[in-house]
Design a protein around this ligand. Structure first.
Ligand code: HEM
Length: 493
């Protein structure tokens, strides 16, 4: 009887383990109508295909092997990587109705899928439309906004002069300056560069941007978030997000105390008015959604523009002839007595081309942000299943030789036609495309133009004394950002 019982017990363990493994094996097997891809290993899926090299290179190599649309089994998700400008347009624009939600990833759950970036469905649409109209009202649509940027820019340029031509790392002050512009729109005020609370806020945002958890395994295998040790940085990221929220909640509370419905000062005021008027019968507007929305504007609107400026300066250090040509164009069309303004844009096509080329080759969001699929879709005979995750490879457009010959070379001339006019800007997809296209694109383009032209007008940028220009290298966090480098800002006479 005992023997029988022992055999039965062992059998049970054997059967349970076999069934579990079988289920995992079946789960990680690629159905024949899915896009092709490397063979997944049971339990591990395709993680092993991504660990040896850097993530960007791994996805480029997989494309070489499996084609423009390929799939990977990662944890509980099927990930579909979409490469090439035409495919991206087909999937994100033509089939946009079914491909514009966000997946249930750890990073998006951090704010309980509220606000803009992490939300899906009607609440997302509501908040996106509201934010876009308020960015216009308090930002790029307002005439006086350019002079607000100029004030911030003057402070920033003076800050650079304090380095007295010594080599320094520009990252922190450029982040602070960009953050202040978003502050002006959302909180209606700016902070001093030395304000400890503000510096801490900017530092926390940066840490979360550089944290590996954003694209890391914790998104694909939710249980990893619960591990007692924080190998994947998830707990640190949650803590940082809580501290950023506390800072922003404080600002919301102050706004509530001083709100005057006849004098709407900024984004928070406008949102609070909507909340009080209770016009929103579906209850999309809420305190939690307000907090998440302004958090989104800071997260998306600070690091991105700051990083693009750091890429542009890195390229200018490596291409002194291009820097000189930019300065010459500014000098001939604007002079040195006033800051360049938006009305100068038509006369500064070369400067604009340098910005476009920095947006292209800087490649700051190589896989955009992940999307998910709300219903099965079929494309080129392949099934892209409901709930799979789409990685839009904007990286594949950057290096598309048919669009950008000698794509690895920094060459602003590719955006200038034979009549000296700007051309080809529509080929750049750095702001992504479709319904989720970057909400801050107009603001970002305005900031990049005003900052980069003013920087080159006032200073010549050089590598540290006796050093070569920095190697053009980047590293991937949420954004692909240049490695830290030092620069000298020498005031032009
Ligand atoms: C050079 C600067 C910038 C670049 C390259 C950039 C790029 C992007 C990209 C690739 C996305 C993801 C789109 C997708 O899901 O497919 C995005 C989303 C977003 N961006 Fe930007 N961005 C920049 C600046 C800004 C600025 C200045 C703001 C606002 C202050 C902003 C606000 C947003 C928001 C709110 C989203 C989420 C949109 C949504 O989910 O509906 N961005 N951006």
């Amino acid at each position: 009887m005992d023997v029988l019982f022992n055999v039965g017990y062992l059998d049970l363990i054997f059967i349970t383990s076999s069934v579990s493994l079988l289920l995992l094996w079946v789960r990680s097997r690629r159905p024949s109508d899915y896009p092709p891809g490397p063979t997944p290993i049971p339990v591990i899926g395709n993680f092993h295909n991504l660990v040896n090299k850097d993530f960007m290179q791994s996805l480029r190599d997989l494309r070489q092997k499996h084609g423009d649309i390929f799939s990977l089994s990662l944890g509980t998700f099927w990930v579909i990587v979409v490469n090439g400008s035409d495919n991206l347009k087909e999937i994100l624009i033509k089939r946009g109705e079914k491909t514009s939600d966000r997946p249930k990833f750890f990073v998006f759950n951090l704010v309980n899928n509220r606000g803009i970036i992490s939300a899906s469905g009607p609440s997302w649409k509501h908040h996106r439309t509201f934010a876009l109209s308020k960015l216009r009202d308090f930002g790029f649509g307002k005439r006086s906004f350019e002079s607000n940027i100029h004030e911030e820019l003057e402070i920033f340029l003076n800050e650079l002069e304090k380095y007295d031509e010594q080599a320094f790392d520009i990252s922190e002050i450029i982040h602070t300056s960009m953050s202040n512009i978003v502050m002006a729109i959302t909180l209606g005020r700016r902070f001093d560069y030395k304000d400890p609370e503000f510096s801490y806020f900017v530092q926390l945002l940066n840490e979360n941007f550089n944290n590996g958890a954003v694209l890391g395994p914790v998104n694909f295998i939710p249980i990893l978030e619960k591990l007692p040790i924080d190998i994947f940085g998830a707990k640190q990221m949650s803590k940082n997000a809580e501290r950023c929220d506390a800072f922003l909640q404080n600002e919301i509370n102050e706004h509530e105390k001083t709100l005057d419905q006849n004098n709407i000062r900024d984004f928070i005021d406008a949102y609070l008015v909507e909340l009080r008027q209770e016009r929103d019968t579906d209850n999309y507007f809420s305190g939690a959604n307000l907090l998440a929305s302004i958090g989104d504007l800071f997260a998306a609107g600070t690091e991105t523009t700051a990083t693009t400026i750091r890429w542009a300066l890195m390229y200018l250090l490596n291409n002194m002839d291009i820097q000189h040509k930019m300065w010459k164009e500014i000098n001939e069309n604007v002079g040195s007595g006033r800051l360049p303004s938006l009305s100068d844009k038509p006369n500064l096509p070369y400067c604009e081309a340098v910005i476009l080329e920095s947006l292209r080759l800087g490649n700051i969001v190589p896989f955009s942000l992940p999307h998910t699929v709300s219903e099965d879709i079929y494309y080129k005979g392949m099934k892209i299943p409901k709930d799979s995750v789409i990685f839009p490879s904007l990286d594949s457009v950057v290096y598309d030789e048919s669009l950008f010959p000698n794509s690895h070379i920094f060459n602003p001339e590719r955006f200038i036609d034979e009549n000296g006019k700007l051309c080809g800007q529509e080929k750049i997809l750095t702001f992504s495309l479709g319904r989720r296209v970057c909400l801050g694109e107009s603001l970002a383009r305005l900031e990049l133009f005003l900052y980069l032209t003013a920087l080159v007008q006032r200073f010549q940028f050089l590598p540290p004394e006796g050093d070569n220009p920095p190697a053009v290298e980047g590293k991937l966090g949420v954004t692909y950002s240049p490695i830290l480098y030092k620069i000298r800002a020498v005031r032009r006479s």
